[in-house]
Design a protein around this ligand. Structure first.
Ligand code: ISL
Length: 563
């Protein structure tokens, strides 16, 4: 934040409103639904609630396509409902952070409607308009101004028939990119942010914020999929991104005392750049979401070409970020969100060792240096969903990929990859109880409820001291109560062990020793815990340590403290 580092001892919880809780039976979660479930969050112990977008939106990308930044989509409620929710969150001692989606708007946003209306409209330059490539007629194959492939398949340019020019959209055609080179655009965004802060919100999670500065020459990228090019080097981490972040900090936060949180979502950000973004002396962001560890299981063909993840790669990657951001910057810690498959299914063993692997992964993550993020349902161990066919899917990314991929690949092969890595895995409704539709809605849900809610649900876990939910309560308590968790330095141990993730944190006279076996076989390790106190473990009766040796059961995790 601007005035303190309160978020170092905080835990953030992400709500994806569409799938959290439905109060009115239309099958889609809403703000009143969230309000009615605040006990779940407060008892868990979280400090901050991050809301995925609730603004007015055609919902082409579930709200990441905004048509009015200063209103609530009727699907989710009203501004009054929002104010009520915010008041309740604050009354319970928690904070609320909004999603800020300003790399692009909806094509139905009045700014874009004006911009596309004519080549000399005053807002023409608020977006990226370009004529067809030299020597090509508009609309001809290959006439797009660059060869870039969009994140959601197909080219990043769409022809507007009326004016005969193309507009840029790194995501769907319904998500045109704003032109941050234009100072009027920046001022409009900053004014909108101030409006929300005046309303009382506590900060922003900034969607793909490292994509806002493009190489204005718009060069082609190396050709890959389907004849399209990879433009990443020309639109990500661009030349003015740090300047824009500093300007935002000045214009939006500088004269505003208060404990805010800013986190930039940044696909492809390097640790070198992350240090610059999060160095407090530079006045940019409090922390960033990096993607290195969630891209480790992507194959040469990208995310829909998954390959097995090696624990050693995960250790090397997260360890590097701990080391490099250590003295100057600050990490965001996450294993899942609304764009990623369920962490217990992806990194754990959601069949034979469901509870142990969910809690082992949580142990590893939460005791790192950084601010942990919990994605809704993770705290009860929700798993990937058994999507039977393409009819069960809702996500624009998966559906576009499916349509494109089945032209050249076997449909069942395509579905296997989507079942493994697709975003809808994280978007099935939160499983509150074992009743109809898992207690999510009295109506018919917009996406199917996972049938495992019969046994996997929140209600079954509240009073079970061995539950995943209760384990998360303990982990959050450790961050709140032990300065070493929030402020200690980080040293990786057993670097070369293929399955055990172990590290030490030091602060003043205190040492925290964390270890977890991230495999479904026993592991023997050499670590001396003789003078340490066992603080928390995810197994009932761990094997007692002997002369510097420990034997860990499958997915066993232990936390020791010595002072
Ligand atoms: O999930 C992804 C596809 O592999 C990512 O590339 C994702 O699109 C990227 O992380 C950006 O995500 C954010 O912006 C998107 C939106 O669809 C995501 O839900 C959001 O988190 C466009 O606004």
């Amino acid at each position: 934040s601007t005035t303190s580092s309160w978020w170092k001892s905080a835990v953030v919880y992400q709500v994806y409103p569409r799938s959290f809780a439905d109060s009115d039976g239309d099958g889609i979660g809403d703000l009143r639904g969230i309000r009615a479930r605040l006990d779940h969050l407060q008892r868990l112990g979280i400090d901050v609630l991050w809301l995925s977008p609730i603004y007015r939106s055609p919902q082409a990308d579930n709200g990441y396509d905004i048509s009015d930044y200063q209103d609530i989509d009727p699907t989710f409620g009203t501004l009054k409902d929002f104010d009520d929710l915010l008041a309740d969150v604050h009354e319970r001692g928690m904070k609320l952070v909004m999603d800020l989606v300003v790399n692009h708007t909806s094509d139905e946003h009045p700014w874009f409607v004006e911009s596309r209306s004519s080549t000399d409209n005053p807002k023409r330059d608020w977006y990226w308009w370009r004529p067809a490539r030299d020597g090509f007629a508009p609309g001809a194959p290959g006439a797009e101004p660059t060869n870039w492939e969009s994140f959601f398949s197909g080219p990043t340019w769409t022809l507007d028939e009326e004016t005969g020019e193309y507009y840029l959209h790194l995501f769907d055609p319904k998500q045109p990119d704003l032109n941050w080179e234009n100072p009027e655009v920046r001022q409009a965004v900053f004014a909108m942010m101030r409006w929300w802060l005046d309303r009382g919100v506590d900060g922003f999670r900034m969607d793909v914020i490292n994509l806002i500065s493009k190489n204005t020459n718009l060069p082609d990228g190396p050709v890959g999929n389907a004849g399209l090019g990879d433009g990443f080097a020309h639109y990500a981490n661009g030349p003015r991104v740090h300047e824009f972040m500093q300007e935002m900090r000045r214009e939006v936060f500088a004269d505003r005392p208060g404990d805010y949180l800013t986190v930039g979502e940044m696909p492809g950000v390097t640790w070198q750049d992350a240090v610059l973004f999060t160095d407090p002396s530079r006045g940019e962001l409090d922390m960033v979401f990096q993607f290195e560890h969630v891209n480790l299981d992507h194959g040469p063909g990208g995310k829909f070409d998954p390959r097995p993840l090696q624990v050693s790669d995960l250790k090397a990657s997260l360890g590097r970020w701990q080391r490099e951001l250590g003295p100057t910057g600050w990490n965001s810690l996450y294993l899942g969100n609304h764009d990623q498959p369920r962490s217990v299914s992806r990194f754990g063993d959601d069949r034979a060792h469901w509870r142990e692997s969910a809690t082992a992964l949580a142990t590893v993550l939460h005791l790192h240096r950084g601010t942990p993020y919990i994605y809704q349902g993770e705290e009860i161990g929700m798993t990937n969903a058994p999507f039977a066919s393409v009819e069960d899917l809702r996500d624009i990314e998966s559906l576009n990929h499916y349509r494109e991929a089945v032209v050249t690949q076997d449909a069942e092969h395509v579905m296997t990859a989507i079942r493994h890595i697709g975003r809808d895995n994280a978007r099935t409704p939160v499983q509150w109880d074992d009743g109809p539709q898992a207690g999510f809605t009295a109506g018919s849900p917009w996406i199917g409820v996972n049938p495992n809610h019969a046994w996997l649900n929140a209600t079954a876990q509240y009073d079970d001291p061995r539950s995943i939910y209760c384990y998360y309560q303990h982990l959050i308590g450790l961050r709140h109560n032990l300065p070493v968790v929030a402020h200690g330095d980080f040293t990786m141990l057993l670097d070369d062990h293929p399955a055990v993730y172990a590290y030490e944190r030091h602060h003043d006279e205190t040492t925290l020793l964390v270890m977890a076996n991230l495999a479904s076989e026993h592991a023997d390790i050499e670590l001396d815990v003789t003078s340490a106190e066992l603080l928390l473990s995810n197994t009932e009766t761990g094997t007692p340590p002997k002369e510097g040796r420990l034997s860990l059961a499958p997915w066993e995790a232990r936390i020791y403290l010595s002072t």
